[in-house]
Design a protein around this ligand. Structure first.
Ligand code: GLV
Ligand code: MN
Ligand code: MN
Length: 398
């Protein structure tokens, strides 16, 4: 049976209705929210219709299992707090379409908490064994809710994880989430490798006080400490980083966050990414020494949360070549090989299986934003490349 583009697009839009933000095509579907859980139950129903056996594992990763040994396709269906409709969803629905139209056994997965409400690609990290479940259960979100409490909201989950040995490989289709394909007018990106990441929370605790009466030289102002830390860090990174290195302070919790109070505490996320594991280590040293120095100078007590991370990972050559073959047929002269600066579940899956990824363009390079979008003809081109690769990997009879 051939893939059905209209059925694929219709399901992609149906999934968007779970947690629709009402702003553009955006979604608010963080891991374990009501919208996320409802979407997973809808997906499980679609898997049954496709002849797959749905299975929720202990953390709410949803697998649609084909009988016997199969190729695994998929991504995640949770979103950022302000998320786009395609980030993760595209890979899951493309997997479903290929699975239900393919003559070869294809299983589908939607991993849980890829977007890191609790950690870094939490669901696939636990499934792969990279993050022990007991440790994951102690991780908390920005509001202090633990992973253990959140996953209990999914109700009766299986006791066992799906055995990776039943799969022969994993392919994840995704939007690029960056500007390269769109700017070049290319239609398909074949991923060569995925960068590594480190992520932790840092806290500076100073002294809360009155903003009118406390002389500047007596203040232990947590915001000033963060400001100084950020400026020094950017300066010190200059001799260490490459144009591909990125670092982000994306979440800042300033206490008590009032205009007439000298802030006594700031807790913030510190995240850095690079394709070179040694550079990630060097950056960590600079972050810690700078934080220590600023804390001393500004009279702060310094504290770190747990450090999470993933190493850089190269894609499997056999799977990658099958995707490249598809790209050359579907988008001749309009595809490229490229690294992924975004994280993906494929990194964790690579602990057990050969993995590969393909990208379609993100309009204006926008993602992790309600405005995220991709031209329909590019979505369809990506689906065709994925389908081609699955047939090619199944052998000449396929
Ligand atoms: C995943 O969404 C990431 O942060 O790269
Ligand atoms: Mn994603
Ligand atoms: Mn994302």
């Amino acid at each position: 049976m051939a893939i059905d583009e209209n059925r694929f697009l219709a399901d992609l839009h149906r999934l968007r209705e779970f947690g629709a933000s009402g702003v553009g095509k955006g979604v608010v579907r963080p891991a374990y929210s009501d919208a996320d859980i409802a979407a997973r139950h809808w997906l499980a129903g679609r898997m049954i219709e496709a002849g797959l056996e749905p299975q929720f594992d202990p953390v709410g990763n949803l697998f649609g299992l084909a009988p016997g040994r199969s190729l695994l396709l998929g991504s995640h269906s949770d979103s950022q707090p302000e998320g786009g409709w395609l980030d993760g969803a595209l890979g899951v629905i493309a997997a479903l379409e290929v699975a239900r139209s393919s003559d070869h056994p294809v299983s589908v997965v939607s991993f849980q908490d890829e977007e890191g409400r609790f950690g870094v690609t939490t669901g696939s990290a636990v499934w792969s064994g990279g993050l022990p479940l007991e440790k994951a259960d102690t991780l908390t979100d920005a509001a202090g809710v633990s992973f253990g409490t959140a996953r209990a909201a999914m109700g009766d989950l299986a006791q066992d994880f799906v055995d990776p040995a039943r799969f022969s490989g994993f392919i994840e289709m995704h939007i690029e989430q960056g500007p390269a394909l769109d700017a070049a007018g290319d239609q398909i990106g074949i991923v060569t490798d995925i960068v590594g990441i480190r992520d932790m929370t840092i806290t500076f605790e100073g002294q809360q006080n009155h903003a009118g009466t406390t002389p500047m030289h007596l203040r232990r102002d947590a915001f000033q400490a963060l400001s100084l830390f950020n400026t020094r860090l950017n300066d010190r990174f200059r001799n260490v980083v490459t144009p591909q290195t990125v670092w982000t302070i994306g979440r800042v919790d300033l206490h008590p966050n009032a205009s007439s109070i000298v802030p006594g505490r700031v807790r913030f996320s510190m995240q850095w990414r690079d394709g070179d594991a040694a550079r990630l280590v060097r950056m960590e040293e600079i972050i810690r020494s700078t934080a220590h120095e600023v804390a001393e100078e500004q009279g702060m007590v310094l504290d770190y949360g747990p450090m999470l991370g993933l190493e850089p990972v190269a894609m499997d050559q056999t799977l990658r070549l099958a995707l490249e073959d598809g790209a050359a047929q579907v988008a001749p002269g309009k595809w490229r090989r490229m690294p992924s600066g975004a994280l993906h579940d494929a990194t964790n899956v690579a602990r057990h299986l050969p993995v590969a990824m393909l990208f379609v363009p993100s309009i204006n390079g926008i993602s992790h934003d309600f405005a995220e979008d991709t031209a329909e003809h590019d979505l369809i081109a990506g689906l065709a490349v994925l389908d081609h690769a699955v047939h090619k990997l199944a052998g000449p009879a396929g």
